[in-house]
Design a protein around this ligand. Sequence first.
Ligand code: GLY
Ligand code: MN
Length: 362
Amino acid sequence: MNGRVKRVFANLAEEVDAILLINDAEPNIDQSFFYVTGLESGLFEGCFVILWPDGSLDLFSSKLEETSARSVFEGVRIFDKAADRERMLRESLKGVKRLGLNGAAITLRSLREIKKAVPEIEEVDVWKALERARLVKDDDEIARIREACKIASDVAEEIPDFLTTGMTEYEAAAEIAYRMQKKGATSPSFDPNASFGANSAEPHHVPTNRKLSRGDCALFDFGAKYRRYCSDITRTFFSGKPNEDLEEMYSIVLEAQKAAIRMMRAGVKAKDIDVCARSIIDATRFRGRFIHSIGHAIGLSVHDGGRIAAEESFALEENMILTVEPGIYVPGIGGIRIEDDVRITASGCELLTTAPKEMMVI
Ligand code: GLY
Ligand code: MN
């Protein structure tokens, strides 16, 4: 993992003597902790790692995670009581003047603990360097995301086989989670979203006991986590022949999604991808009904930084892995979204989620 620590330092806007990544209790676990350590098993609440400019790191773990930590880092230092932990923080940061911290993940409680242990330290927020380092995936990360995408994509392909009228959103979401885990997912990458009929007009709908009826659209947004890495896919189906609005919405979203994917390659500006899809949708009577950005990076987190949005001027780079997910949402009628995950290459992009996406009536 030495190369990853170096990548973080190489992306810094200003120099620091060391970087401290510190976890609080769940859910305040910093995924960058796993990026630099590569630890696959364990939760690591309250644990911390110090990164040094030469690419080395020192890991500090609670007794609870000792087995997982030792399997990768023989030299890990183990703490038991809070006082041990504070002493280790103080001793290991001796001589450090400027300390990098992840402002996007650290809690106020942890920050106060650090200030108590080493009051003289000057803290520097290095969240942007961590995000930039994590945006471009290495071979090991790509292999894991590829598998996470395959699992989710295989389940998406099975939806028409198990979806029936009368099924509730709860049941459909549970079936998706179950099937992903049976295929080797560690867990879903987020709670699966199954939205029927008008509920699909809300992009982050949470499943309910609403039953699927003839004429409904059925939107599924879910992903698998595989060895800590996430995928994210959305497919929208129709139960029986859809009304004309929904059918038209589907063909516009599909056209916008395909156009966006066609232009994705290293060097293209993120904002231009968003503009491309949005201009296709906004040229129709559904103008203004695409109410989120076109995509985001995936990785250790399902929203792994790197939004592809009209305000984002960064250029795509080889081995960034991004979602492409235009949608049209009409309250009271329904929503259509089609989402795939792609890996950017020098000449285009590799589609990692390959489930069919032509309009399908079940
Ligand atoms: N899959 C949920 C989202 O991207 O917001
Ligand atoms: Mn997404």
